[in-house]
Design a protein around this ligand. Structure first.
Ligand code: UDP
Length: 310
């Protein structure tokens, strides 16, 4: 593990779990976040940890954190309602922000890991999606602010790797859930869990036949840590390859929460991908990684968190 790390997006769902893991391994962490879609409560338990420091800042303005061994770039809005609300900010953090963090890595000779996304595949025509698939993305649709931001970010990371010799890695993250997934950010698991716990109808977008593959956060962080230690510079999918329809996901949430909520059907958002499932052959063979926690077990483990946010 690195001795010191910069984690951008540290107050977010994944950034805060990654920060905990790095501190647990003995690393000193500087966390930065502009708190636009994250929650400083995710870091409250670290208030007295002398190896952790937090700075509220937007990585779109260049900054110098001093020497670090590793840069983990996790800053970006990531839930559809949030990036639709913050379209320009999302494009900027995926372009200017990514470059600013790459410059820090270049300056200090630090290793670099960038959080990318399965959204790079858009509404995929190849199923499941291997890293070699180039994707099917609408460059001008509402979701383009996120998809193209992340695709541009990947191009920027490769350019700094190829032209400046920065020691980079990229993870393509598939749908992930667990404690600290913001209860109000509009994602499917947080919406369903909160709706089920409140006894409100679960909002199914479209007919619920679209699919997603849900990875429990601890599995994802383990994959990211293994990737951070590897020398793989091209993107690696990290996600759970077990695929569920949104209706199946709703049923799992109702079971785990023991809820009698009904289902209510509402319009499908524009360009909502019809299916998504990672091909994790590369993570299996290069990193020796695979997920361990199934959907129902992961939902069980997340229950106390969502209850506490009622
Ligand atoms: N979805 C849904 N009800 C909700 C929220 C989301 O049916 O209350 C659907 C959404 O249309 C999509 C899937 O669940 O097909 C996953 O949505 P999410 O926003 O979690 O992430 P995405 O994978 O689209 O980025």
């Amino acid at each position: 593990m690195p001795k010191s790390a910069l984690v951008t997006g540290a107050a977010g769902f994944l950034g805060s779990h990654l920060t905990d893991r790095l501190l647990g391994e003995g690393c000193t962490v500087l966390g930065v976040d502009n708190l636009s879609t994250s929650d400083s409560a995710n870091l409250a338990h670290l208030a007295n940890d002398s190896r952790f420091r937090f700075e509220e800042r937007d990585i779109c303005a260049s900054f110098d954190p001093g020497h670090v061994d590793y840069v983990f770039n996790f800053a970006s809005p990531a839930s559809p309602p949030e990036y639709l609300r913050l379209g320009i900010e999302t494009l900027r953090v995926g372009s200017v922000g990514v470059e600013n963090t790459l410059q820090i890595a270049a300056k200090y000779g630090a290793a670099f890991l960038h959080a990318s996304t399965s959204e790079c595949y858009g509404d995929p025509l190849v199923h499941p999606q291997p890293e070699t698939y180039w994707g099917n993305v609408n460059p001008v649709g509402p979701r383009s602010v996120y998809d193209e931001s992340k695709r541009f970010g990947e191009a920027m990371v490769m350019a700094y790797h190829r032209s400046r010799g920065v020691d980079t890695r990229m993870v393509r993250i598939f749908n992930t859930y667990g404690p600290r997934l913001h209860p109000g950010d509009g994602r499917v698991i947080s919406n369903f869990m909160m709706q089920a716990l409140r006894g409100e109808p679960l909002t199914i977008y479209g007919d619920g036949s679209q699919t997603r593959s849900f990875c429990y956060v601890d599995d994802l962080i383990e994959g990211i840590v293994l990737l951070s230690r590897s020398k793989e510079h091209l993107p690696v999918n990290i996600g759970n390859p077990v695929e569920f329809t949104i209706l199946e996901c709703a049923k799992a949430v109702l079971e785990v929460t023991n809820s009698e909520s009904k289902l209510s059907y509402v319009d499908l958002p524009v360009d909502d991908p019809t299916r998504r499932r990672p091909d994790i052959t590369k993570a299996r063979t290069h990193l020796g990684w695979e997920p361990r926690v199934g959907l129902k077990e992961g939902l069980q483990r997340s229950l106390a968190f969502f209850r506490s946010r009622l």
